[in-house]
Design a protein around this ligand. Structure first.
Ligand code: P1T
Length: 381
């Protein structure tokens, strides 16, 4: 089955009891048993373990990422948290040096306290990555493209290293989506999503996902989820599943609009740097061409003046774009990482990696491109 068919039919069946084309929202916490330990349907006992609406979503997730098992969580961070629960004090994790601020906060302020050691490295320096690996290294974690600087990591090259060293390799595929990039096919072990973003696609749900190829790993992660409880509810599962059905159409338009916005900003006299993997000037454009089939709808940029005031004035003037956290919905959003999504990264660290006071991040939506460009023009004037 091709991807554009998978988003609609992958892992789906009509509701067995009614023939409903979309799975009903099975808003139930529990399922009847005929005798102790004998539920009417052996797959369903209690909705923390499994719920049919969530199962429909999880099967769709596995299908579109070319995995064997999908798991749906109450948020993207809950999905990341589930992976982290695989490790113990003394274990070491190597993470990309540019991450969503909430992921960084979880690593440094929650799991660090449990004795897990984190190293943040530039994943484009593979020699450095190899140097940091030791016998305690258990996981390599990357976002690609990263939030908010659109850095890329070469998934295939990193997978060679993690396989040689028997280390798990997880990729946060939120920005790319499986429409543009399939980390499991490129050698990663775990794909993570903030399904709040492009998978849901309509800014109406908070959700997370993990997808794996290895069945034993899938079983282990499901056990961790079941034992700790951060599952996605039936209504939210329905919303994400509904979103996935138009993922290919939406991402196609996000890519078109994202590319045009990046080109526009690149030529604007007030703009210094545009961070967009589709620009030939982007330092990781070649990696993007190799492992992505399009460049997405996320664009960040900085100002020639370098001034925070210019970024703030722009963000106060936009009209079609909305100033708000999050991304990946049909509507265009603008974000100021320093005070919003990346406020939890200490100032010295964020400046060192390039999250400067004049950085603005745009999630380019699927509106008419002329309205978007006009809005940017007036806000930059
Ligand atoms: O918000 P949540 O669904 O828990 O997902 C966390 C998360 C994980 N990974 C990436 C790459 C993300 O961008 C996020 C959430 N990001 C935002 C809310 C944001 O505006 O960047």
């Amino acid at each position: 089955m091709k991807f554009n068919t998978k988003v609609i039919h992958g892992g789906q069946q009509h509701d067995p009891s009614t023939g409903a084309v979309m799975p009903p929202v099975y808003q139930t916490s529990t399922f009847a048993q005929t005798s102790p330990g004998q539920p009417i349907n052996p797959d369903y006992e209690y909705s923390r373990a499994a719920n049919p609406t969530r199962t429909a979503l999880e099967n769709a997730l596995a299908s579109i990422e070319n995995g064997t098992r999908g798991l749906a969580f109450s948020s993207g961070l809950a999905a990341t948290d589930c992976v982290l629960r695989s490790f113990k004090a003394g274990d070491e994790i190597i993470a990309m040096d540019d991450l969503y601020g909430g992921t960084y906060r979880m690593f440094t302020r929650i799991y660090n306290n449990y004795g897990i050691i984190f190293h943040f490295v530039d994943m484009n320096n593979l020699e450095k990555l190899k140097e940091v690996i030791n016998e305690n290294t258990k996981l390599v974690w990357v976002e690609t493209p990263t939030n908010p600087l659109m850095k890329l990591a070469d998934i295939q090259e990193i997978a060679k290293i993690t396989k040689q060293n028997k280390i798990l390799f997880a990729v946060d595929n939120t920005f790319a989506t499986p429409y543009l990039q399939k980390p499991l096919d490129l050698g990663a072990d775990i794909v993570m999503h903030s399904a709040t973003k492009y998978l849901g696609g309509h800014s109406d749900v908070i959700a997370g996902a993990l997808i794996v190829k290895d069945e034993a790993l899938g079983e282990q992660l499901h056990f961790q989820q079941f034992a700790t409880g951060a599952i996605l509810g039936p209504m939210d599962s329905f919303l994400v599943l509904r979103g996935i059905k138009t993922l290919h159409l939406r991402v196609e338009r996000h890519c078109q609009n994202g590319g045009k916005v990046a080109e526009f900003l690149d030529k604007h006299p007030k703009v210094k740097t545009v961070y967009y993997p589709g620009l030939r000037s982007h330092p990781f454009h070649e990696i993007a061409k190799k492992q992505m089939s399009g460049f997405g709808g996320m664009v960040s940029f900085s100002f020639v003046s370098g001034k925070k005031e210019d970024a703030v004035a722009f963000l106060e003037k936009i009209k079609v774009f909305t100033l708000a956290e999050s991304l990946g919905g049909v509507e265009s959003l603008a974000n100021y990482p320093v005070l919003m999504t990346h406020a939890s990264i200490p100032e010295d660290k964020r400046i060192a990696i390039g999250i400067t006071d004049d950085l603005v991040r745009l999630s380019v939506g699927v509106e008419d491109i002329e309205d978007l460009l006009e809005d940017l023009e007036q806000a930059l004037a």
